[in-house]
Ligand binder design. Structure first.
Ligand code: SF4
Ligand code: SF4
Length: 288
Protein backbone atom coordinates (compact mmCIF):
# COMPACT_ATOMS: atom_id res chain seq x y z
CA UNK A 1 0.00 0.00 0.00
CA UNK A 2 1.50 3.33 -1.04
CA UNK A 3 0.31 6.61 0.42
CA UNK A 4 1.89 9.73 -1.03
CA UNK A 5 1.86 12.90 1.03
CA UNK A 6 2.02 15.87 -1.32
CA UNK A 7 1.31 19.59 -1.42
CA UNK A 8 1.04 22.29 -4.02
CA UNK A 9 3.71 24.33 -2.28
CA UNK A 10 6.41 23.86 0.33
CA UNK A 11 6.03 24.51 4.03
CA UNK A 12 2.44 23.37 4.39
CA UNK A 13 3.08 20.51 6.81
CA UNK A 14 3.71 17.58 4.48
CA UNK A 15 6.59 16.26 6.56
CA UNK A 16 4.62 16.79 9.77
CA UNK A 17 1.87 14.54 8.50
CA UNK A 18 4.19 11.99 6.89
CA UNK A 19 6.35 11.47 9.98
CA UNK A 20 3.52 11.46 12.50
CA UNK A 21 1.40 9.13 10.40
CA UNK A 22 4.35 6.78 9.87
CA UNK A 23 5.36 6.59 13.53
CA UNK A 24 1.74 6.25 14.67
CA UNK A 25 1.06 3.38 12.25
CA UNK A 26 4.38 1.75 13.15
CA UNK A 27 3.06 1.27 16.68
CA UNK A 28 0.91 -1.55 15.34
CA UNK A 29 2.36 -2.67 11.98
CA UNK A 30 5.44 -2.52 9.76
CA UNK A 31 5.76 0.79 7.94
CA UNK A 32 8.16 2.26 5.43
CA UNK A 33 8.59 6.02 5.51
CA UNK A 34 10.39 7.39 2.45
CA UNK A 35 11.54 10.96 2.11
CA UNK A 36 11.45 11.59 -1.64
CA UNK A 37 11.76 15.35 -1.37
CA UNK A 38 15.30 14.66 -2.55
CA UNK A 39 16.35 18.28 -2.98
CA UNK A 40 15.54 19.09 0.63
CA UNK A 41 14.70 15.99 2.65
CA UNK A 42 13.86 16.75 6.26
CA UNK A 43 11.79 13.81 7.54
CA UNK A 44 15.08 12.42 8.83
CA UNK A 45 15.16 15.16 11.46
CA UNK A 46 12.44 13.20 13.26
CA UNK A 47 13.98 9.74 12.92
CA UNK A 48 16.64 8.33 15.18
CA UNK A 49 17.42 4.85 14.01
CA UNK A 50 20.07 2.27 13.32
CA UNK A 51 21.83 2.70 9.96
CA UNK A 52 20.97 -0.32 7.83
CA UNK A 53 22.29 0.71 4.44
CA UNK A 54 23.92 3.67 2.76
CA UNK A 55 24.99 4.04 -0.85
CA UNK A 56 26.07 6.69 -3.30
CA UNK A 57 23.70 6.89 -6.23
CA UNK A 58 24.77 7.58 -9.78
CA UNK A 59 23.28 8.81 -12.99
CA UNK A 60 24.44 8.27 -16.54
CA UNK A 61 25.77 11.20 -18.53
CA UNK A 62 27.49 11.44 -21.92
CA UNK A 63 31.17 12.33 -22.14
CA UNK A 64 32.46 13.85 -25.34
CA UNK A 65 35.30 12.15 -27.18
CA UNK A 66 36.81 14.86 -29.35
CA UNK A 67 38.93 12.44 -31.38
CA UNK A 68 35.88 10.75 -32.91
CA UNK A 69 33.57 13.77 -33.34
CA UNK A 70 32.77 14.96 -36.86
CA UNK A 71 30.88 18.06 -35.60
CA UNK A 72 27.57 17.45 -37.33
CA UNK A 73 25.63 18.67 -34.28
CA UNK A 74 23.07 15.87 -34.11
CA UNK A 75 23.58 15.52 -30.35
CA UNK A 76 22.33 19.04 -29.69
CA UNK A 77 19.33 18.50 -31.95
CA UNK A 78 18.15 15.34 -30.20
CA UNK A 79 18.59 16.56 -26.63
CA UNK A 80 15.25 17.74 -25.27
CA UNK A 81 16.82 19.21 -22.17
CA UNK A 82 19.39 21.62 -23.61
CA UNK A 83 22.10 19.57 -21.95
CA UNK A 84 24.34 19.44 -25.05
CA UNK A 85 25.81 22.37 -26.90
CA UNK A 86 27.42 21.52 -30.25
CA UNK A 87 29.78 24.24 -31.38
CA UNK A 88 31.82 24.31 -34.60
CA UNK A 89 34.91 22.83 -32.92
CA UNK A 90 33.68 21.29 -29.72
CA UNK A 91 30.73 19.79 -27.87
CA UNK A 92 29.83 20.76 -24.33
CA UNK A 93 27.73 18.61 -22.02
CA UNK A 94 25.94 20.15 -19.02
CA UNK A 95 25.59 17.26 -16.55
CA UNK A 96 23.23 19.18 -14.26
CA UNK A 97 20.65 19.40 -17.06
CA UNK A 98 21.12 15.87 -18.38
CA UNK A 99 18.26 13.41 -17.76
CA UNK A 100 20.38 10.42 -18.80
CA UNK A 101 18.05 9.49 -21.65
CA UNK A 102 20.92 8.12 -23.85
CA UNK A 103 19.49 9.80 -26.98
CA UNK A 104 22.58 11.84 -27.85
CA UNK A 105 24.84 8.87 -27.18
CA UNK A 106 22.85 6.36 -29.20
CA UNK A 107 22.21 8.72 -32.09
CA UNK A 108 25.75 10.04 -32.41
CA UNK A 109 26.91 8.66 -35.78
CA UNK A 110 30.52 8.30 -34.66
CA UNK A 111 30.07 7.04 -31.10
CA UNK A 112 31.61 10.23 -29.73
CA UNK A 113 29.35 10.46 -26.70
CA UNK A 114 29.71 7.30 -24.63
CA UNK A 115 27.68 7.31 -21.42
CA UNK A 116 29.44 7.17 -18.09
CA UNK A 117 28.43 7.28 -14.42
CA UNK A 118 28.37 10.43 -12.33
CA UNK A 119 27.63 10.56 -8.59
CA UNK A 120 24.21 12.15 -8.09
CA UNK A 121 23.22 11.71 -4.46
CA UNK A 122 22.91 9.39 -1.54
CA UNK A 123 20.39 6.81 -0.43
CA UNK A 124 20.15 6.07 3.29
CA UNK A 125 18.10 3.41 5.10
CA UNK A 126 17.54 3.51 8.88
CA UNK A 127 15.56 1.11 11.05
CA UNK A 128 13.80 1.88 14.29
CA UNK A 129 11.25 -0.51 15.74
CA UNK A 130 8.72 -1.44 13.06
CA UNK A 131 9.66 1.60 10.98
CA UNK A 132 12.05 1.54 8.04
CA UNK A 133 13.09 5.03 7.03
CA UNK A 134 14.55 5.60 3.58
CA UNK A 135 15.88 8.90 2.36
CA UNK A 136 17.11 10.00 -1.03
CA UNK A 137 19.25 13.13 -1.01
CA UNK A 138 20.66 14.93 -4.03
CA UNK A 139 24.19 16.28 -3.96
CA UNK A 140 24.50 20.05 -3.80
CA UNK A 141 24.27 21.51 -7.30
CA UNK A 142 22.54 18.43 -8.72
CA UNK A 143 19.25 19.45 -10.30
CA UNK A 144 17.63 16.28 -11.58
CA UNK A 145 15.39 14.92 -8.85
CA UNK A 146 13.56 12.30 -10.93
CA UNK A 147 16.45 9.82 -11.45
CA UNK A 148 17.16 9.71 -7.71
CA UNK A 149 13.45 9.39 -6.88
CA UNK A 150 13.23 6.47 -9.31
CA UNK A 151 16.25 4.78 -7.75
CA UNK A 152 14.89 5.28 -4.23
CA UNK A 153 11.49 3.87 -5.21
CA UNK A 154 13.22 0.93 -6.90
CA UNK A 155 15.20 0.27 -3.70
CA UNK A 156 11.92 0.21 -1.74
CA UNK A 157 10.28 -2.08 -4.28
CA UNK A 158 13.19 -4.53 -4.10
CA UNK A 159 13.31 -4.56 -0.33
CA UNK A 160 9.67 -4.64 0.80
CA UNK A 161 6.57 -6.61 -0.15
CA UNK A 162 3.61 -4.88 -1.80
CA UNK A 163 1.33 -5.10 1.22
CA UNK A 164 3.54 -3.16 3.67
CA UNK A 165 2.38 0.40 4.26
CA UNK A 166 4.65 2.83 2.48
CA UNK A 167 4.33 6.50 3.26
CA UNK A 168 5.99 8.61 0.61
CA UNK A 169 6.89 12.18 1.50
CA UNK A 170 6.74 13.82 -1.95
CA UNK A 171 8.51 16.96 -3.13
CA UNK A 172 6.30 20.09 -3.10
CA UNK A 173 4.74 21.45 -6.28
CA UNK A 174 3.11 19.86 -9.29
CA UNK A 175 6.05 19.10 -11.60
CA UNK A 176 7.78 15.89 -12.72
CA UNK A 177 9.29 14.89 -9.32
CA UNK A 178 5.86 14.97 -7.66
CA UNK A 179 4.29 13.03 -10.50
CA UNK A 180 7.04 10.42 -10.22
CA UNK A 181 6.17 9.90 -6.54
CA UNK A 182 2.38 10.01 -6.84
CA UNK A 183 1.76 8.15 -10.08
CA UNK A 184 1.78 4.68 -8.47
CA UNK A 185 0.29 5.68 -5.12
CA UNK A 186 -2.94 4.08 -3.89
CA UNK A 187 -3.83 7.34 -2.15
CA UNK A 188 -2.50 10.88 -2.39
CA UNK A 189 -3.01 13.06 0.65
CA UNK A 190 -2.74 16.73 -0.22
CA UNK A 191 -1.68 18.85 2.72
CA UNK A 192 -2.60 22.50 2.60
CA UNK A 193 -3.24 25.47 4.84
CA UNK A 194 -6.15 27.91 5.02
CA UNK A 195 -4.39 30.85 3.39
CA UNK A 196 -4.70 32.37 -0.09
CA UNK A 197 -1.40 30.74 -1.13
CA UNK A 198 -2.48 27.41 0.31
CA UNK A 199 -5.80 27.58 -1.49
CA UNK A 200 -4.24 28.56 -4.81
CA UNK A 201 -1.64 25.79 -4.69
CA UNK A 202 -4.16 23.22 -3.50
CA UNK A 203 -6.23 23.83 -6.64
CA UNK A 204 -3.16 23.23 -8.81
CA UNK A 205 -2.35 20.05 -6.89
CA UNK A 206 -5.96 18.85 -7.24
CA UNK A 207 -5.78 19.43 -11.00
CA UNK A 208 -2.61 17.34 -11.14
CA UNK A 209 -3.93 14.36 -9.16
CA UNK A 210 -7.22 14.44 -11.06
CA UNK A 211 -5.25 14.38 -14.29
CA UNK A 212 -3.37 11.34 -12.98
CA UNK A 213 -6.74 9.81 -11.99
CA UNK A 214 -5.53 9.23 -8.45
CA UNK A 215 -7.67 8.74 -5.39
CA UNK A 216 -6.90 11.72 -3.17
CA UNK A 217 -7.96 13.52 -0.02
CA UNK A 218 -7.04 16.73 1.76
CA UNK A 219 -5.61 17.40 5.22
CA UNK A 220 -5.75 20.97 6.44
CA UNK A 221 -2.77 22.10 8.49
CA UNK A 222 -2.54 25.25 10.64
CA UNK A 223 -6.30 25.18 10.97
CA UNK A 224 -7.48 28.37 12.67
CA UNK A 225 -5.46 30.89 10.66
CA UNK A 226 -6.66 32.43 7.39
CA UNK A 227 -10.13 31.78 6.07
CA UNK A 228 -12.53 28.96 5.18
CA UNK A 229 -11.97 28.94 1.39
CA UNK A 230 -10.22 25.55 1.41
CA UNK A 231 -13.04 23.97 3.42
CA UNK A 232 -15.71 25.42 1.12
CA UNK A 233 -13.76 24.42 -1.99
CA UNK A 234 -13.50 20.82 -0.77
CA UNK A 235 -17.25 20.76 -0.03
CA UNK A 236 -18.14 22.18 -3.45
CA UNK A 237 -15.77 19.82 -5.28
CA UNK A 238 -16.81 16.75 -3.30
CA UNK A 239 -13.27 16.28 -1.95
CA UNK A 240 -12.89 14.50 1.39
CA UNK A 241 -11.22 16.82 3.88
CA UNK A 242 -10.28 14.12 6.34
CA UNK A 243 -8.38 15.89 9.11
CA UNK A 244 -7.46 19.27 10.51
CA UNK A 245 -4.24 19.98 12.38
CA UNK A 246 -4.60 23.13 14.45
CA UNK A 247 -2.25 26.08 14.40
CA UNK A 248 -0.61 26.37 17.79
CA UNK A 249 2.55 27.57 19.42
CA UNK A 250 2.93 24.25 21.23
CA UNK A 251 2.94 22.39 17.90
CA UNK A 252 5.55 24.76 16.46
CA UNK A 253 7.78 24.28 19.50
CA UNK A 254 7.58 20.49 19.46
CA UNK A 255 8.12 20.40 15.71
CA UNK A 256 11.17 22.66 15.82
CA UNK A 257 12.67 20.45 18.52
CA UNK A 258 12.27 17.39 16.26
CA UNK A 259 9.49 15.88 18.39
CA UNK A 260 6.60 13.72 17.29
CA UNK A 261 3.44 15.74 17.66
CA UNK A 262 0.92 12.93 17.92
CA UNK A 263 2.60 11.76 21.12
CA UNK A 264 2.03 15.09 22.84
CA UNK A 265 -0.82 16.93 21.13
CA UNK A 266 -4.27 15.38 21.28
CA UNK A 267 -5.55 17.20 18.21
CA UNK A 268 -2.66 15.89 16.11
CA UNK A 269 -3.20 12.36 17.42
CA UNK A 270 -6.89 12.70 16.48
CA UNK A 271 -5.96 13.99 13.01
CA UNK A 272 -3.60 11.08 12.44
CA UNK A 273 -6.22 8.62 13.66
CA UNK A 274 -8.73 10.13 11.21
CA UNK A 275 -6.29 9.55 8.35
CA UNK A 276 -5.75 5.93 9.43
CA UNK A 277 -9.51 5.42 9.75
CA UNK A 278 -9.99 6.79 6.22
CA UNK A 279 -7.33 4.42 4.88
CA UNK A 280 -8.96 1.43 6.54
CA UNK A 281 -12.58 2.41 5.81
CA UNK A 282 -11.81 2.88 2.13
CA UNK A 283 -9.68 -0.28 1.88
CA UNK A 284 -6.85 1.77 0.42
CA UNK A 285 -4.28 -0.46 -1.23
CA UNK A 286 -6.60 -3.47 -1.17
CA UNK A 287 -8.54 -2.71 -4.32
CA UNK A 288 -8.37 -5.50 -6.88
S1 SF4 B 1 26.42 13.90 -32.72
FE1 SF4 B 1 28.40 12.97 -32.23
S2 SF4 B 1 29.65 13.42 -34.01
FE2 SF4 B 1 27.89 14.79 -34.12
S3 SF4 B 1 28.56 16.67 -33.09
FE3 SF4 B 1 27.58 15.42 -31.54
S4 SF4 B 1 29.26 14.27 -30.62
FE4 SF4 B 1 30.02 15.06 -32.55
S1 SF4 C 1 21.59 11.75 -22.33
FE1 SF4 C 1 19.68 12.71 -23.02
S2 SF4 C 1 19.41 14.42 -21.62
FE2 SF4 C 1 21.51 13.78 -21.40
S3 SF4 C 1 22.61 15.09 -22.79
FE3 SF4 C 1 22.12 13.22 -23.92
S4 SF4 C 1 20.19 13.66 -24.98
FE4 SF4 C 1 20.47 15.23 -23.40
Amino acid sequence: MKIAIASGKGGTGKTTLATNLAFYMAESESVVLADLDVEEPNSGLFVQGRLHHRETTYKMIPVWNKDLCTHGGNCQTVCNFNAVLAMPRSVMVFPELCHGCFACSELCPTGSLPMTTKPMGELKHLKTGALDFIEGKLMIGEEQAVPLIKQTLAYIKRGFPENIVKILDAPPGTSCPVIEVTKDADLVILVTEPTPFGFHDLKLAVDTVRHLEKRFTVVLNRFGIGDDKVTRYCEEEGIDLIARIPNSRKIAEIYSAGGLLYQEVTEVRDAVKSVVAYIHNHSIGQES
